[in-house]
Design a protein around this ligand. Sequence first.
Ligand SMILES: NC(=O)c1ccc[n+]([C@@H]2O[C@H](COP(=O)([O-])OP(=O)(O)OC[C@H]3O[C@@H](n4cnc5c(N)ncnc54)[C@H](O)[C@@H]3O)[C@@H](O)[C@H]2O)c1
Length: 371
Amino acid sequence: MANRKVFERLDVSVPGYRYPIIIGYHLLGDSDALSQYVAAEQVMIVTNELVASLYLHELKTSLSGHQCDVVILPDGETYKNQASLNLIYDALMTNSHHRDTTVIALGGGVIGDITGFAAATYQRGVRFINCPTTLLAQTDASIGGKTAINHACGKNMIGSFYQPAAVLIDLNTLLTLPGREFNAGLAEVIKYGLLAGEEFLVYLEEALKHGLRVNGSEILQIVSRSAQIKARYIEADEKEQGSRALLNLGHTFAHALETYTSYQRWLHGEAVAIGLYCAALLSYHMGIAKQSLVERVACIMTRAGLPYTIPKDIDLKQLRQFMQLDKKIKNKRLRFVVLKKPGECYLDDGVTEECLHNTLSAAVEGENSNG
Ligand SMILES: NC(=O)c1ccc[n+]([C@@H]2O[C@H](COP(=O)([O-])OP(=O)(O)OC[C@H]3O[C@@H](n4cnc5c(N)ncnc54)[C@H](O)[C@@H]3O)[C@@H](O)[C@H]2O)c1
């Protein structure tokens, strides 16, 4: 149990259930940190080829007292599907895993989502531990209990709400994350800054201005504050009947951009960065936010190495049509999360076509975006 340094513990409370998010360094190799959340003798680790080559040995070593079986999936969003899910069920059944087994996700959001869904459905639900290894998964995907696989007709179409027994965030894993993936995770972190208010947003702006280093002291603060903000939304509204929908700030635009480009052009966080800028522009065009907010969002995205404008080759009419697939639509009306100022967001279903058109036009690269 060498090097045990747990820096932060947050508890998430949803009706009838409470679980911890542990954030620290060297957690994957810390058998004590892990074992207390493992139900019994049997453990099934689910990971992918890339993450396995980096962290599987460490995790397996710290579970050496257990019957530890492993499923290694191919890497990528394309494999977040029924076929991969079946591989997990097959491994659980052929290795005779019982209802007291513990299923552990080791990887980014793709692995977390599919493993969580396997745990939710195997024998009507077994214990699940999430060990997220990307910034996006550590600050977003691993928190809140949404689990899913994709269907050929749509992303995350088959899934369930299933809370883990624990989330173990080992910040050391960020050291091997490619820069582009790290920046994509920052987009969701910036979203939390916009949702939570000035204090965290200014902290992020300063950290990014001085050059945020993956092994720097700010990372612990940024990951734990983000996890805390998301956890508070989950606690208030676990099943997204109300305020949890605010976590979709920027996502109506982002999802439309991703669908339009068949998920090939941007990482999710990059599309979210553009979506957040569009959300600020929309709020400005609706007359509820100041122009300075739009400029501020553009500035923070630049500092984070993220895109924020819509490229010229995107057809805005088609993009508008893709927005119609948004999951937040109610009574056929689009609902946008709009932003008055950092810390003050709300859902608005009264956005006119003209306002939306002006917003999208202004968001195109090279346009006078604030005008
Ligand atoms: N459940 C939720 O609430 C929720 C929220 C947001 C996103 N998601 C889902 O999360 C997924 C996106 O997650 P993601 O951005 O983590 O993508 P990902 O899981 O595909 O990981 C991105 C890439 O980084 C690699 N990787 C992971 N950890 C690494 C490490 N430590 N070092 C080096 N490489 C590493 C992965 O193998 C992959 O190639 C999507 O499927 C999305 O739908 C879920």
